[in-house]
Design a protein around this ligand. Structure first.
Ligand SMILES: Cc1ncc(C[n+]2csc(CCOP(=O)(O)OP(=O)(O)O)c2C)c(N)n1
Ligand SMILES: [Mg+2]
Length: 366
């Protein structure tokens, strides 16, 4: 079910007259501050991601897996959440989503450098396997899609405890074929759990194109099999992503059950720093995908609407540049985990009582 044509955000194609576009955003409940906040988190996600590639290519961090091209969908969707109150079970491309939910650039680069104060795991996770217990960001699971079951478990707990929390998780479209996803959606739909499943469909699973991953055009079509809404949004349509997520979160909080949101996005980099995409993607295709970059598309909309002035844009770029420099300096200078701590928090006896360790946020740490 493609409802994006019926959504206000769908009118926000690049090139629309600015005033009309601003009216569309306003009718979606977004203020100018919201729009600037959305742009800022997208631009910060991009700048930090680009820095990671430089750090990788200069031998400072071992690995990068990128969110470039996914920023619009992640910003728009997570804007419908309450950071610190709702849960996010991210995946390895979720850099913009975790920034929105409260992870800082310093904390993200501590993870890239595998430093002792990395909040995802104290330096034990792979880079870009984001997590922060205190901010309700579940640590990324390397086996793709396994976090979907974890997220549904959290949603069940939220329902049983009546906390009002909503749980959002995302995967790529390739990962949406895992059995875990079907089990999770089935269970979440039966029990009307406060759960939103986001598929960031970038058309590839590493080198495998979507025609070899899926026998249908849209992952959203599968929602019907679970009796839940399946919504398609475009990652260049940040407002449309927000509108879809706002309705999904409203449903979830109202006890009406889960929603599947499929965001059509572009992967603007190789799969990871260990992949050479020119072996399976032509230069023309890579260039065509660049034209669907959500960051300049949203910037153009904000400029045309008079929301992003030249001064505001320059100030934001300077502030973001400084945040990236600061995070790099901070993580570069931070301490590695000690050798003696290598097996800490691995076995159950290291987890006193019910309280798991909270790396890097100053609580419960040895
Ligand atoms: C269970 C499992 N199988 C295989 C892998 C190796 N792997 C890592 S990412 C990836 C591709 C996932 O593609 P998709 O879900 O479309 O996400 P994208 O990377 O395109 O965002 C694969 C096969 C894995 N990590 N876990
Ligand atoms: Mg993919």
């Amino acid at each position: 079910m493609d409802v994006s044509a019926n959504q206000p955000g769908d009118l926000a194609a690049p090139g629309e007259p600015g005033a009309r576009w601003l009216g569309v955003a306003a009718s979606a409940g977004l203020t100018r501050d919201d729009l600037l906040g959305l742009y800022r988190v997208m631009a910060l996600g991009r700048a930090l991601d680009e820095r990671m590639w430089i750090l990788n290519r200069s031998g400072r961090v071992a690995f990068v897996i990128s969110g470039q091209g996914h920023e619009g969908a992640q910003a728009g969707i997570t804007w419908a959440l309450r950071p610190g109150e709702d849960w996010l079970a991210p995946y390895y491309r979720s850099i913009t989503a975790v920034l929105r939910m409260g992870l800082t650039p310093r904390e993200i680069l501590l993870g890239s450098y595998a430093r002792a104060d990395d909040p995802s795991s104290g330096g034990r996770q792979m880079p870009n396997h984001y997590g922060h217990i205190g901010r309700k960001i579940l640590s990324v699971s390397s086996p793709v899609a396994s976090q979907v079951l974890h997220a549904v478990g959290i949603a069940l707990a939220a329902k049983l405890r009546g906390t009002g929390e909503v749980v959002v998780t995302s995967t790529g479209e390739g990962s949406s074929n895992q059995g875990d996803v079907h089990e999770a959606l089935n269970f979440a739909a039966i029990h009307r759990l406060p759960f939103v499943y986001v598929v960031e469909n970038n058309g590839y699973a590493i080198s495998v194109p979507s025609a070899r991953e899926l026998p249908v055009d849209d992952v959203a079509a599968r929602a019907a099999a679970f009796g839940i809404p399946g919504v398609i949004v475009r990652g260049t349509d940040v407002v449309g992503c927000y509108v879809a997520a706002r309705e999904a979160v409203r449903r979830a909080r109202a006890g009406e059950g889960p929603t599947l949101i499929e965001a059509k996005v572009e992967r603007l980099t190789a799969h990871s720093s260990d992949d050479q995409q020119t072996r399976y993607r032509s230069e023309e295709e890579i260039a065509a995908h660049r034209a669907l970059d959500p960051l300049p598309a949203f910037r153009g909309q904000l400029r045309a609407a008079g929301v992003l002035t030249a001064e505001a844009e320059a100030a934001m770029a300077a502030e973001i540049g400084e945040a990236v420099e600061d995070a790099t300096r901070f993580a570069e200078a931070a301490a590695d985990p000690t050798l003696e701590s290598a097996s800490s928090w691995v076995f159950a006896e290291d987890w006193p009582g019910e309280r798991p360790p909270a790396w890097g946020d100053g609580t419960g740490r040895d």
